[in-house]
Design a protein around this ligand. Structure first.
Ligand code: AP5
Ligand code: MG
Ligand code: ZN
Length: 217
């Protein structure tokens, strides 16, 4: 099963992916998480990516396509995977089609999580992330049991550098211009399920699960 989670910054892609990988036992490929780990390690990839990420811009297509190609062909992906935050441009979607053609598989479903812009800003500016396992919280909507401590691993929580108001606004503009065209791209192939993401986390999760189960029946 190959699932793509599509949606603007703050839509809840990571939050839902966390639940979906556990329920369906899928590998998890989040380009944002992979790039942040590279930035933290100070590798050449991280040094290149950092400049774009800090400004809320997209990292060049060939860089992320290379990362995803490598991950999708790794052994843990043979049972299926969830892509979170990739593809993000039409060029990336075309490159993904090519990689999948080479592996001999296809996309099962694209889940598009829609959320109002005002709500996205509230979510992103209140988000906290675990330094060690990347689990995601929100100071009001999804707080950890102990302030600033990860429920899952005990790690310290921090605020992402790109979650400042001005960078969030830039990321939303980049989404509208470069990523939203994918809604049509996948809509044409009837691969998209639209989910109202302006609701409770568990309600959204239950709708996404239902969409995947219909798709696989
Ligand atoms: P990435 O890390 O992918 O960021 P993003 O797409 O901007 O998405 P977010 O992670 O911000 O949001 P999310 O949808 O995962 O929401 P979350 O579940 O955390 O990318 C970062 C950067 O990396 C990019 O800007 C770019 O530079 C680069 N990059 C990554 N992929 C790339 C690619 N393919 N090509 C080029 N560059 C790439 O939830 C948000 C908050 O809301 C949390 O606090 C959460 O607790 C809360 N929340 C979630 N659901 C709900 C709910 N239903 N109700 C209330 N609160 C909720
Ligand atoms: Mg995310
Ligand atoms: Zn953690």
């Amino acid at each position: 099963m190959l699932i793509i989670l599509l949606g603007p910054p703050g839509a809840g892609k990571g939050t839902q992916a966390d639940r979906l990988v556990k329920k369906y036992d899928l590998a998890y490929i989040a380009t944002g998480d992979i790039l942040r780990a590279a930035v933290k390690s100070g590798s050449p990839l991280g040094r290149e990516a950092r400049v774009f990420m800090e400004q809320g811009q997209l990292v060049p297509d060939e860089v992320v396509v290379g990362i995803v190609r490598e991950r999708l062909t790794a052994p843990d992906c043979t049972g299926g995977a969830i892509l979170d935050g990739f593809p993000r441009t039409v060029a990336q979607a075309q490159a993904l089609d090519k990689v999948l053609g080479e592996i001999g598989t296809g996309i099962d479903r694209v889940i598009h999580i829609e959320v109002d812009e005002e709500e996205l800003i509230t979510r992103l500016t209140g988000r906290r992330v675990c330094r060690d396992c990347a689990a995601t919280y929100h100071i009001n909507f999804n707080p950890p049991r102990v302030r600033n401590v990860c429920d899952q691993c005990g790690g310290e929580l921090y605020q992402r550098e790109d979650d400042s108001l001005s960078t969030v606004q830039e990321r939303l503009a980049v989404y509208r211009e470069q990523t939203a065209p994918l809604i049509d791209y996948y809509g044409r192939e009837n691969l998209i399920t639209i989910i109202d993401g302006n609701r409770e986390i568990e309600q959204i999760f239950s709708d996404i699960s239902a969409a995947l189960e219909v798709g696989s029946a």
